[in-house]
Design a protein around this ligand. Sequence first.
Ligand code: ATP
Ligand code: TPS
Ligand code: MG
Length: 333
Amino acid sequence: MAEAGEFQIIEKFFTYQTFGAWKSQGVGDDCAIIDTGAGRIAVTCDMMALGTHFLPDADPEDVGYKALAVNLSDLAAAGAVPRAFFLSIGLPRRDDGWLADFSRGLMKLARESGCALLGGDTTRTPEVEGHHAPETISITAMGDLPAGMGLTRKGAKPGDDIWVSGTVGDAYAALKCRWGAWSVMPDLEPALFARMDRPTPRIALGQALLGAASAAADISDGLLADLGHILERSGVSAEIEWEKIPTSVALQSMTPARQHEAALAGGDDYELIFTAPPSSAERIYEAGLLSGTPVTRIGRVIERTSRAVTVRTPDGLPVLLVTEGFDHFRNEE
Ligand SMILES: Nc1ncnc2c1ncn2[C@@H]1O[C@H](COP(=O)(O)OP(=O)(O)OP(=O)(O)O)[C@@H](O)[C@H]1O
Ligand SMILES: Cc1ncc(C[n+]2csc(CCOP(=O)(O)O)c2C)c(N)n1
Ligand SMILES: [Mg+2]
């Protein structure tokens, strides 16, 4: 995990050997997979903060929904069945209107996914120079797995196909539009914005991939960044075909450079990216059908080379990216 920024912090300060009775596969996956003795559980922890993860004018109902959705997406990447979550929330002030909306969004997804709120913590955010730090929400979510099962980022083999669910790039494009940097036809805006506000965790697909996929991750930092995590942990490289990457009509209406940036390096997609041997292709299509989730084959795993991912285009031109994917602490040491 020799990477810059966010991942270097985790490697340097927060990667400890496990001790005690509960062991996991070690940090670096979407979930810790733990054999408790009584069974196998997957646990994840994801935070959202105003300004970093949502805009000041975001609808609090969307914020509540998304705070749980991003955690359920990590459980989906492990193939786990969501069972319970804990909510820690820091608020600068009491605002019952905001809280009622937040809670409605949160509980809607909790009910839909059968994932119960079992505890948490509520604090006022600290006051520094007369200002309270903004709203910060942290959720820890847990699910269970069949004995001995669970998807991780390790296990991709040369020759495996690379698959992605749904479409990628919309949430990033939506954020760019909201910042006023990019634009789309007004009739395409609502669907685009919904992808940023209410991501769909691919829970049923993740479970259907158990025993069929060789490695999996959810796309939060960007397709290339999260595929990069699979490749690194599996000790392999990849070739991707740009024209196979599934994108929405809204994204396709933008310039090729913007499509590349959003789909490959944008993030906030909460789609699953996974690998599987070609002999499992029928099972993967079946998993997509059973879970009602589109799945697309976008490339293949190759032996490790000096380059983690090569993106091929029909005209053979290289794909130039202005960003390498989301990293909270890039270029900051
Ligand atoms: N402060 C921390 N202490 C211990 N482990 C951490 C810490 N922060 C992150 N990790 C672990 O490092 C790995 C990468 O974390 P990261 O938050 O990037 O997860 P992710 O699934 O790639 O992204 P996302 O959280 O957006 O789904 C995970 O296994 C996570 O549990
Ligand atoms: C206001 C605002 N600014 C930026 C973004 C984009 N964004 C924030 S965090 C993240 C990656 C996953 O985060 P994490 O690693 O913390 O789970 C992305 C793509 C947004 N949604 N809202
Ligand atoms: Mg994840």
